[in-house]
Unconditional design. Structure first.
Length: 212
């Protein structure tokens, strides 16, 4: 990796886009590889990060990862597996949903770190986070994409602050926006409930004429 204006941040962008993407390709399926292959991938990451931050040879890999903000590849692989599990859990008709269901073979066998199935890795996380399977996922329209309604995206927070701002300030602005949206939604829901109650208590008058 060659220097780009001598700035480590730009070198990290190159690492994340060109090198890390290749190291993590198929990480969900390749997490059961041998320790030898894992050490090979870890060596590639360590060398790339060392060049990116300009560290001397022999510098601890853990120190380089802390300095660059890059977690070990094993943690990244576990993160990708959790994201994949949440995606599968959120869709009942997902073709890989059977992989995340308990099976008697999993309970009857003893697995090590390399052969542990994905169900055993992600099930504690799913149980702790109490992830609820979606009853009805958003169904895609059968019509062409250009006939679908355009989604409205609120970008008001991006106009107030930029990504270079303090993360605490950005989080506070985002929370303030979410709270305002929640208050507005609650207010509209209250109005709708009041309208329904008024309709229930409204007794129409009948103008009936009697004739003898």
């Amino acid at each position: 990796m060659q220097e780009i204006d001598g700035k480590p941040a730009k070198k990290l962008v190159v690492y994340r886009s060109l090198i890390r993407s290749i190291l993590e390709y198929g990480a969900v399926a390749l997490d059961s590889m041998s320790n030898t292959n894992r050490r090979k991938l870890d060596a590639v990451q360590a060398e790339a990060l060392r060049i990116a931050c300009g560290a001397a040879r022999g510098t601890s890999t853990a120190a380089i990862q802390v300095d660059t903000g890059e977690p070990p590849l094993q943690l990244r692989r576990l993160q990708l597996q959790l994201q994949y599990a949440v995606k599968v859990k959120s869709q009942k008709s997902h073709p890989a949903s059977v992989v995340l269901q308990p099976h008697w073979l999993i309970k009857s066998r003893h697995f090590d770190e390399n052969t542990n199935p994905i169900y055993e890795k992600v099930s504690p996380f799913i149980a702790d986070m109490d992830i609820i399977e979606c009853q009805n996922t958003l169904s895609t329209s059968s019509g062409p994409p250009w006939r679908r309604k355009q989604c409205r995206v609120d970008i008001s927070v991006s106009k107030v602050a930029t990504k270079t701002e303090n993360p605490v300030i950005l989080q506070a602005l985002a929370m303030e926006k979410l709270i305002s949206i929640k208050v507005t939604f609650t207010y509209l829901q209250m109005l709708q409930n009041v309208k329904i109650e008024m309709q229930l208590h409204c007794i129409p008058s009948l103008d009936i004429e009697y004739s003898c």
